[in-house]
Design a protein around this ligand. Structure first.
Ligand code: IMP
Ligand code: MG
Length: 174
């Protein structure tokens, strides 16, 4: 099933995810790492990334919703928080995509308040041209132009997350 113009293939994803895993493993070797997946969007990327890390990690999950997109409330909601204590530990926070940057910077600030030793941000996709909040990302899979994309965890109205590749979503092809 193709819903739009292919943006990133399965092969490109596999190659880039293993490169990221190698870099992250080297950077975080010997540390007490808590890897946190922001759900739902990052579930597939997270599963692929952490299985390629050759360092021990504790995994945890956080469910957020970017409410502000539909309702202009400027609010990010945490629907379910992580269960691990991260104080004094090294955190790897993983998300699917940074668009305005509002969600990831909100979550970052929330976690920083718990005083981890270190917090690294890792995202699969970065739409830099859309940024509203300045946030520096330590590990980026791919920079992409301002397309709305689906697949490999990313959705349109909760659909298309299961596609193994990333495509531009166009309503007329739905
Ligand atoms: P931000 O707060 O504007 O950076 O939005 C980040 C969140 O919006 C991501 O975690 C996604 O859930 C969603 N998002 C942004 N752009 C896209 C896209 O192109 N496709 C699917 N979801 C997107
Ligand atoms: Mg998301």
């Amino acid at each position: 099933m193709i819903v739009g113009k292919p943006i990133i293939t399965v092969e490109q994803i596999n190659q880039r995810v293993s490169e990221l895993a190698r870099t992250i493993s080297a950077d975080l070797a010997g540390k007490d790492v808590v890897a946190i997946s922001i759900l739902k969007g990052s579930f597939m990327f997270f599963a692929d990334l952490i299985r390629l890390l050759d360092i021990p990690v504790t995994v945890d999950f956080l469910i957020s919703s970017s409410y502000y997109k539909d309702h202009s409330t400027g609010k990010v909601s945490i629907l379910s928080d992580i269960k691990e204590s991260i104080t004094g530990r090294h955190v790897l926070l993983v998300d699917d995509i940074v668009d305005t940057g509002i969600s990831i910077s909100y979550i970052k600030e929330m976690l920083i308040n718990r005083e981890p030793s270190e917090l690294k941000l890792c995202v699969l996709l970065d739409k830099k041209s859309r940024r509203k909040v300045d946030v520096s990302i330590d590990y980026v899979g791919f920079d992409i132009p301002d397309y709305f994309v689906v697949g490999y965890g990313l959705d349109y109205q909760n659909r298309f997350r299961n596609l193994p590749y990333i495509v531009e979503f166009r309503k007329e092809l739905r």
